[in-house]
Ligand binder design. Structure first.
Ligand SMILES: [Zn+2]
Ligand SMILES: [Zn+2]
Length: 374
């Protein structure tokens, strides 16, 4: 019998290659003698922030470091070494504290996004999370995923470049052309890749549900339909499974996407959290655009750069707070599966759940009720 390859093993190997290549590329680019964008070129703060943010993400996916706090500290230390070695005479570059600030901003954004959600406590919520993790692992195992993401990135870079060229031509003459195009391309690639990853995760979830794949090795579990009280162990890797682990929560569709049906109370909480974070951020953005010191073609750009860094820092703190609060609100709701209906909020405490699966008498949405450890 072939040794069992756990789901995600190929994906991690691919990520290690990507992360290693990105580390080498960044080290070369930051130490390349006299590499600058020139006085008229794009502000290299954005490039610094984006490069170090992406690098942090890659290192996380490579699983060399398993805790986000450690990842952040190591990345900041690496950035400090990278920045300070630039003053060595052979590289003919200089160390800049503003550049380091930009690196740290990028790392902070990456860490905020990677910060794992609060760990679920109830068995039902833990099963939901196990499915999400299995779907992600399965997605990164496929070479087609990598191909699709590379294609998306190239297409988005082209589209973003053309759109920002148009923007610069008709609207944004006061911005440096290079900066406008570079920012447009980066934004477009980030949005495109993020959507591709989300869609890939949804497709992967749908396949795992439909084929009833084992969460550990990904092999389909076929004998499930015949059983009256369905539970068993994978015939490949002996990982135990229960039929409820593939069930569809009432508030999502088969692919794991949120449906519009949700309890009114949770909708209100989310909007309140969103509003309390989003409004200050928008006000902040407007204020920054209004108050930003103008580019002084003769003077140095230090004042402007500091201003941008301060604004970025405030926005990072706001977004970390928002994501943590939303996360907690979500988790509280998922912990109540089997007690309240996730879709309409109706109490299902007295409703029967044969084989662990029940239906809300109010809206017909499916819920699972599992008490013992999976
Ligand atoms: Zn298995
Ligand atoms: Zn319901």
């Amino acid at each position: 019998m072939n040794p069992v390859v756990p789901l995600g093993a190929h994906g991690v190997r691919a990520w290690r290659w990507v992360a290693a290549m990105a580390l080498v590329a960044t080290a070369v680019a930051t130490h390349w003698p006299r590499l600058t964008f020139g006085p008229e070129g794009p502000s290299d703060k954005w490039v610094h922030a984006i490069a170090f943010g992406v690098l942090t993400w890659f290192v996380w996916e490579a699983r060399w470091i398993r805790r986000v706090i450690t990842l952040g500290v190591v990345a900041c230390a690496y950035a400090a070494i990278d920045e300070s070695t630039q003053q060595l005479a052979i590289f003919q570059r200089h160390t800049s504290i503003e550049d380091y600030g930009a690196d740290v901003c990028g790392i902070a954004v990456a860490c905020a996004l990677l910060w794992p959600p609060f760990a679920p406590i109830s068995t039902a919520a833990r099963m939901r999370r196990a499915l999400r993790l299995a779907a992600r692992a399965r997605m990164w195992d496929r070479p087609t995923t990598w191909l699709a993401i590379a294609t998306t990135a190239v297409a988005c870079a082209l589209v973003g470049g053309v759109v920002s060229l148009g923007y610069w031509y008709w609207v944004g003459h006061h911005i440096a052309l290079g900066q406008c195009i570079l920012l447009g391309m980066c934004t477009s690639v980030i949005l495109g890749v993020a959507s591709a990853v989300t869609l890939g995760g949804c497709a992967s979830t749908r396949i795992i549900r439909r084929n009833r794949c084992c969460f550990h090795c990904g092999a389909p579990v076929n004998e499930v339909q015949a059983e009256p009280s369905p539970a068993g162990a994978c015939s490949h890797c002996a990982t135990p499974w229960r039929a409820v682990q593939w069930s569809v929560p009432a508030d999502t569709d088969e692919s794991g996407r949120r449906s519009t049906r949700r309890p009114p109370s949770s909708g209100r909480t989310r909007s309140a959290i969103f509003a309390s974070i989003l409004i200050p951020v928008v006000v902040m953005l407007l204020w920054v655009t209004w108050r930003i010191p103008p580019v002084d073609p003769l003077g140095d750009s230090g004042e402007r750069e500091y201003f941008l860094l301060r604004a970025l820092t405030i926005m990072i703190i706001a977004s970390i707070a928002a994501s943590r609060l939303l996360n907690r609100a979500d988790l509280r709701r998922y912990e109540r599966e089997g007690i309240d209906c996730l879709a309409c909020g109706h109490s299902v405490e007295g409703t029967r759940a044969d084989g662990g699966i029940g239906r809300c008498p109010e809206c017909g949405g499916e819920f699972i009720r599992v008490s013992d450890p999976a």
